[in-house]
Design a protein around this ligand. Structure first.
Ligand SMILES: Nc1nc2c(ncn2[C@@H]2O[C@H](COP(=O)(O)OP(=O)(O)OP(=O)(O)O)[C@@H](O)[C@H]2O)c(=O)[nH]1
Ligand SMILES: [Mg+2]
Length: 381
C-alpha cells in the first residue's frame, strides 16, 4: 500500500451574488424609491485538520472543490442568501502552500486547526445603496465579487509517534528497516545515521504508526561529543521512546548497563520532560547470544539496570520479536491517544516551528513473521 503524502488540488470559492436594481411599486405610493437588495456572499473553502484521517489519498482522486456562489439580490429589499462554506478535512500535519507561488499558507499541526484557503466573493450592492439626494432613482447595482481560486499543494508531514533512542550501532536503523519500508543506511560503524529517518509501521490494514530513527547518542553528547544531542528535539513530540540497547556488544569490555545508563543520563540533561516521557526498553542482538544463556543475560540486565518498565528482547537483524513488539506498541498507542494540543501551542515551542519530517513513502508491506513476546517485565519474577 502506498503511503500518499502529497496532493495537488484546486479550490474555487463561490462568487458573490449580484446586487439588484429595482424600484418600489406599490399602490398609493407613486415613485417608490430603489429597493434592490445586495447579493449574498460566496461560500469560502476551509481546510480542517482531523486526527481521524491519516492520508491525503482522497485528494488524489477528487481534485477540484467548489463552494456555492451567493444568491443574487432581489427587489423589495431582499438580500441574496450567502453561499455555504465548504470544509475539506485533511490529516493533522498537513502543510498547505500555493502551488503556483510556493507561498506557505498554513501548517495544520493540531486537531481541528482551520485554514481559510479560498475566500468567497463579496455580494454586490443593490441599487438601494446608491440612493442620494441628487440621485433618487439610481439604476446602478454591483455585480458580485469573484471568489478566490487557487491551486494548492498539500503535503503531509508526519509527526513521529515513536522515537528510537540508543548508542551508535545499537541497531536503531536495522530495526526501522525490519518493521517499515524505510531504508536508512545500516553499517557496523558508529554514526552511520546522520539525519533522522521516519518509517511508517503498518501493523494492520488500517493501523499504522510512525517511528523516528535518529542518530546515535553517546556519553557527553550534552557537551557536543559525537553528533551532540540536538537530534533529541525530534523526540520531543513523540509519544513513546524506545530505548535500543546492544545486549551483545562486539567489544567484550563494553558494559550494556553502563551504556544504557549513559543514554538515560543524556536524556535527562537534555530535557527533563523527555526524560519523563514513557520509555520502553528493547534489548537487541539476542541472536548473538547462545540460546542457553539468553534468558539469564536478559534477566541480569534488567536487574542490574534496575528497570521496572516494559522490556522486549529482539533481534532487529533476524526480525525475532520485532513484530510482537510492534503490535504491543500499537496497542499502547491505542490506549494512550495523543492529546489535542490547544490551538497556537504548536508554534510556541522553544525552537519556533514544530519539528516535522516528511515520511518515507511506503511501497511494500514488510513485516517480520509473528513471534511471541519474549520477555515482559511480569515474566521475570
Ligand atoms: N547480529 C545482529 N546485528 C545487528 C542487529 N541489529 C543491528 N545489527 C548490526 O549492528 C550494526 C549497526 O546497526 P545500525 O542499525 O546501523 O545501528 P544504529 O543504531 O542505527 O547506528 P547509528 O546510525 O550509527 O547510530 C550493523 O552492522 C547491523 O547489521 C541484530 O539484531 N543482530
Ligand atoms: Mg542508524
Amino acid at each position: 500500500m502506498k503511503f500518499v503524502d502529497e496532493a495537488f488540488i484546486e479550490v474555487y470559492a463561490g462568487d458573490g451574488g449580484s446586487g439588484a436594481a429595482s424600484f418600489r411599486r406599490e399602490k398609493f405610493i407613486p415613485r417608490g424609491g430603489p429597493d434592490g437588495g445586495d447579493g449574498g456572499r460566496g461560500g469560502s473553502i476551509y481546510l480542517i485538520a482531523d486526527r481521524n484521517i491519516n492520508t491525503l489519498v482522497d485528494y488524489r482522486f477528487l481534485r477540484i472543490f467548489r463552494a456555492q456562489r451567493g444568491e443574487n439580490g432581489r427587489g423589495s429589499d431582499q438580500y441574496g442568501r450567502g453561499g455555504d462554506d465548504r470544509e475539506l478535512r485533511v490529516p493533522v500535519g498537513t502543510v498547505v502552500s500555493d502551488a503556483e507561488t510556493g507561498e506557505a499558507l498554513a501548517d495544520l499541526a493540531h486537531h481541528e486547526a482551520r485554514a481559510l484557503v479560498a475566500k468567497g466573493g463579496r455580494g454586490g450592492w443593490g441599487n438601494l445603496h446608491y440612493k442620494s439626494s441628487t440621485n433618487r432613482a439610481p439604476r446602478q447595482f454591483q455585480p458580485g465579487e469573484k471568489g478566490e481560486a487557487r491551486r494548492l499543494h498539500l503535503e503531509l508531514k508526519v509527526l513521529a509517534d515513536i522515537g528510537l533512542l540508543g548508542m551508535p550501532n545499537a541497531g536503531k536503523s536495522t530495526l526501522i528497516r525490519a518493521v517499515s519500508a524505510a531504508r536508512p543506511k545500516v553499517a557496523d560503524y558508529p554514526f552511520t545515521t546522520l539525519a533522522p529517518n521516519l518509517g511508517v509501521v503498518r501493523v494492520d490494514m488500517d493501523k499504522s504508526f510512525v517511528m523516528a530513527d535518529i542518530p546515535g547518542l553517546i556519553e557527553g553528547a550534552a557537551e557536543g561529543a559525537g553528533l551532540g544531542h540536538q537530534f533529541l528535539r525530534h523526540l520531543q513530540r513523540t509519544r513513546l521512546l524506545l530505548h535500543i540497547v546492544d545486549l551483545a556488544p562486539f567489544d567484550p569490555e563494553t558494559d550494556p548497563v553502563r551504556e544504557a545508563r549513559a543514554i538515560v543520563e543524556e536524556l535527562r540533561r537534555y530535557d527533563e520532560a523527555l526524560y519523563h516521557k514513557p520509555r520502553w526498553l528493547a534489548l537487541n542482538k539476542i541472536d548473538m547470544i547462545d540460546e542457553a544463556e539468553r534468558d539469564a543475560r536478559i534477566a541480569d540486565f534488567v536487574q542490574v539496570f534496575g528497570w521496572t518498565g516494559p522490556v522486549y528482547a529482539i533481534s532487529a537483524l533476524t526480525g525475532n520479536g520485532c513484530a510482537a513488539l510492534m503490535r504491543a506498541i500499537s496497542l499502547w498507542l491505542d490506549e494512550h491517544p495523543a492529546e489535542a494540543l490547544p490551538p497556537g501551542m504548536e508554534d510556541e515551542t522553544e525552537e519556533g516551528a514544530p519539528v516535522v519530517l516528511t515520511p518515507t513513502p511506503i511501497d511494500v508491506h514488510t513485516s517480520a513473521p509473528p513471534v511471541p513476546v519474549k520477555f515482559k517485565q511480569g515474566d521475570l519474577s
